[in-house]
Design a protein around this ligand. Structure first.
Ligand SMILES: [Zn+2]
Length: 63
């Protein structure tokens, strides 16, 4: 899976790994994600997106 090459669905450009900073509910967290160097589109794996949201919500509930 790690060797899999992802390409942008829109322009077919090979995606590159880039650190992306999220801003969610006044909380910032960064993650290395695949990004298209041509159009700037970021591809977020579904499991990562869901995992992060659950993680953030859990932290909020604990406060
Ligand atoms: Zn693209």
């Amino acid at each position: 899976m790690a060797d899999e090459i992802w390409k942008c669905r829109r322009c077919g450009e090979e995606l590159t790994v880039k650190k992306v900073v999220f801003d969610y509910l006044n909380m910032n967290f960064s993650e290395n994600l695949l990004r298209c160097p041509k159009c700037g589109r970021v591809m977020i794996p579904r499991d990562l997106a869901v995992g992060k949201m659950v993680e953030v919500e859990t932290q909020l509930e604990e406060k």
